[in-house]
Design a protein around this ligand. Structure first.
Ligand code: GDP
Ligand code: IMO
Ligand code: MG
Length: 428
């Protein structure tokens, strides 16, 4: 396969960054197609830890081109901070390209994200407050400002002036908030424009040529399937399409150009932010997993909610994404837990349910049906092959593979590149 989509199978933070970095050494191009700096993708190389938010996780391979596609919402301030940080660490960022069709995040988006969350009271979504939702709202409303607009001072001044008047109106009249100053914002963004200019191009041409030439292209998903605006646990979702189908519109390739869809799933489940979570363990088990997996948000530092592996959910994810393979991550975190559970079905108001429901009420009423597994005590972080794993760990992985009905090609047993068991290759 030469084109591979990496998609989160759960609620994000499944370890996508690690897998992208692992496969990036064999890739020519790595592309982001949605989300923005709400993402936090951790890559560990030796003793160094990189937390990537907007820049594709292929950046550590000096030979790969890293594309930020049209479907991403880009915060120029966040982007430039990330570039500066990487450069300071000796990572070359010249290989980044940004689509000229990418929508820009402005301070009023972040302001409105915060104001909207406050106005929801106890119905908050728990967003990252990076302005992601409000920016996508403008895009869909057809009033957003794209990078190609920023590249032309006259166009930019006109667009921002109109938009800022409308936004200040909402901020002041609806929320009673403080308005933003136009002059200052124009000045700041025109400075960003010159810093961004070298990166900006029509990325669809480069991407199409790469795929046509049989180059190895990785499509890097952010967030996860259950955070998808259509297929996630709406409204407790993000405002984009993290699923594999999102890459066609988010990067400008034909859907027939995607060959492999690699779903990234944790060996258990986590979620940051609010919303339903059927297998959540808000108890000592959850605390043990959180501690062992260091389950705290890369972006917000919030403790992640933890629970058992939910095969109903990942089977749904596999279907929606057309998954052809799975990378099962963080298996080592479960070491030492005496008894493990996998959710194989839901019971909703006395009725057995096999498919992940749309209704939040159904999800709230869903009681997980569990299969129980004996755990393992041996340290698995140094295992070199699947056969090296303890019998109980193998049984656990094999059962997940059977329930989800997608081959588990990668098993991850630690954050480092070397702690990766490849059962079957992804690129051919
Ligand atoms: P992403 O958003 O999907 O890229 O995932 P995050 O980087 O937000 O969260 C995954 C966390 O798990 C990071 O801290 C990784 O370094 C870490 N990680 C990835 N794979 C493994 C693994 O197999 N074992 C352990 N212990 N940690 C892992
Ligand atoms: P990566 O790519 C986990 C969650 C937020 C919130 C909801 C909406 O690292 O897996 P938003 O700011 O997007 O409007 O917030 O989505 N969320 C994530 N959770 N991993 C992420 O990204 C996330 N990006 C957004 O916590 O519940
Ligand atoms: Mg993350």
């Amino acid at each position: 396969m030469s084109t591979v989509v990496i998609t989160g199978a759960q609620w994000g933070d499944e370890g996508k960054g690690k897998v992208i970095d692992f496969l990036a050494s064999q890739s020519d191009v790595v592309v982001r197609g949605q989300g923005g700096n709400n993402a936090g993708h951790t890559v560990v190389v030796g003793d160094k830890k990189y937390a990537l938010r907007l820049i594709p996780s292929g950046i550590l391979n000096p030979n790969a081109i890293n594309i930020i596609g049209n479907g991403v919402v880009l915060d120029p301030e966040g982007f430039l901070i990330e570039v500066e940080k990487l450069e300071k660490e000796g990572i070359c960022t010249k290989n980044i390209r940004i689509s000229d069709r990418t929508h820009l995040i402005f301070p009023y988006h972040k302001g409105l994200d915060d104001l909207a969350e406050r106005s929801r009271g106890d119905k908050q979504i728990g967003t990252t407050k990076n302005g992601i939702g409000p920016c996508y709202m403008d895009k869909v409303e057809r009033s957003g400002i794209r990078i190609c607009d920023l590249m032309d001072e006259e166009v930019f001044r006109e667009k921002l002036s109109l938009q800022l008047k409308r936004k200040n109106n909402v901020i002041q009249k609806i929320y009673g908030g403080e308005p933003f100053d136009e002059g200052k914002m124009v000045e700041t963004y025109l400075e960003y424009a010159e810093k961004l200019r070298p990166y900006v191009e029509d990325t669809t041409v480069r991407l199409y040529d790469a795929v046509k030439a049989g180059k190895k292209v990785l499509f890097e998903g952010a967030q996860g399937t259950l955070l998808d605006i259509d297929f996630g646990t709406y409204p407790f979702v993000t405002s984009s399409h993290p699923i594999s189908g999102g890459f066609a519109v988010g990067t400008g390739i034909g859907p027939n150009m995607i060959e492999e869809v690699l779903g990234i799933a944790k060996a258990y489940t986590t979620r940051v932010g609010k919303g339903p979570f059927v297998t959540e363990q808000d108890n000592e088990t959850g605390d043990i997993i959180r501690k062992a997996g260091n389950e705290f948000g890369t972006v917000t530092g919030r403790p992640r909610r933890c629970g058992w592996f939910d095969a109903v959910m990942v089977r749904y994810s596999a279907r929606i994404n057309g998954m052809t393979s799975i990378a099962l991550m963080l298996l080592d975190v479960l070491t030492g837990i005496d008894e493990l559970k996998i959710c194989t079905g839901y019971e909703i108001r006395g009725e057995k349910v096999e498919h992940f429901p749309a209704s939040l009420k159904d999800l709230a009423d869903a009681a997980p049906v569990y299969e129980t597994f004996e755990g393992w005590k041996e340290d698995i972080t140094g295992a070199q092959s699947f056969d090296d794993l303890p019998e109980n760990a193998k049984k656990y992985v094999n059962r997940i593979e059977e329930l989800v009905d997608v081959p588990i090609k990668i098993v991850s047993i630690g954050p480092k590149r070397s702690q990766t068991i490849v059962r079957d290759s992804i690129f051919r």
